[in-house]
Structures are given as C-alpha cells and as structure tokens.
Design a protein around this ligand. Structure first.
Ligand code: NI
Length: 139
C-alpha cells in the first residue's frame, strides 16, 4: 500500500532489524540528515546498477573490472585475445599487478549494452578468472 501526497509517495516496508540497524549506522556516519534521503539515494543506486542490463541496444560507458591469477597457462593471451575482438567498444585497459601471480585489469568501455555484456560474459567464462564486475553509467 502506498499513499501519494504532494509529489512524494509514502510506503511501508518490512525488513529484518539487523539490516535496518546496519543501514542506519551507515547513513548516519556518512552524515545524511534523514533515512528518507538515504533510501532515496539507495534506490537510485539500485536502479542505475541494474537498469542498464535491460537496455540491450542503448549505449553506455564505464568499466569492466577483471581479477585473475596467472596460474592458468595461456590465460593472459586469452584475455588479450577477447579484448581484441571487442576493440570497438574498449577505449583503454589498465593492468594492475596486485601480487606475484594476481592481476586486476580495468577495461574502459563505451558502447552498446549487449556488446559490453557479451565482453563481460566471455571474460567470466575463462578458467582462472576469479571475478568480473561491470560498472556503467548511461550518459
Ligand atoms: Ni600483472
């Protein structure tokens, strides 16, 4: 149930107390004035986190983060090969040597959602790739 008044919607939600406590601790420590503003921003973040995945033909810009270990033979070559196939949407790649055998790459992307998803999925599917994260913004 929700109630619309002067441009705002009021609604009640049921949440586990622990989650609410943690949420309240965070927004108060950041300096938010009230919970409504914090929830407003959290909803905006949630929307921007997932909305782009449904806009297959739209263009977005952002980064694909990939974490991998060098213990799999040929992995580096495969990662480079995948990136070459997507050169039209990749602006640049930054390689960070985290540890002796652990690397992080930040792949800057600018292109169609379907292409960025495809790049992320291809990277994810490679053995030795530990984590892939996509962060994009619809301009
Ligand atoms: Ni490295």
């Amino acid at each position: 149930m929700s109630e619309v008044k002067r441009g705002v919607v009021r609604f009640s939600v049921s949440l586990p107390p622990g989650l609410v406590k943690e949420f309240d601790n965070i927004w108060t420590s950041i300096g938010y004035e009230n919970r409504s503003k914090a929830i407003h921003d959290a909803m905006r973040t949630f929307i921007s986190e997932f909305k782009w995945t449904q806009m297959e033909t739209e263009r977005v810009a952002g980064a694909v983060l990939i974490l991998y270990y060098l213990d799999k033979p040929g992995l580096l070559e495969k990662i480079v090969e995948i990136q070459h196939k997507f050169k039209d949407i990749i602006s640049s790649t930054t390689h960070i040597h985290l540890e002796e055998d652990k690397c992080l790459e930040i792949i800057a992307v600018n292109g169609k959602v379907s292409e960025i998803k495809s790049l992320a999925e291809k990277l994810m599917a490679k053995k030795g790739v530990k984590q892939v994260k996509v962060a994009v913004i619809a301009p």
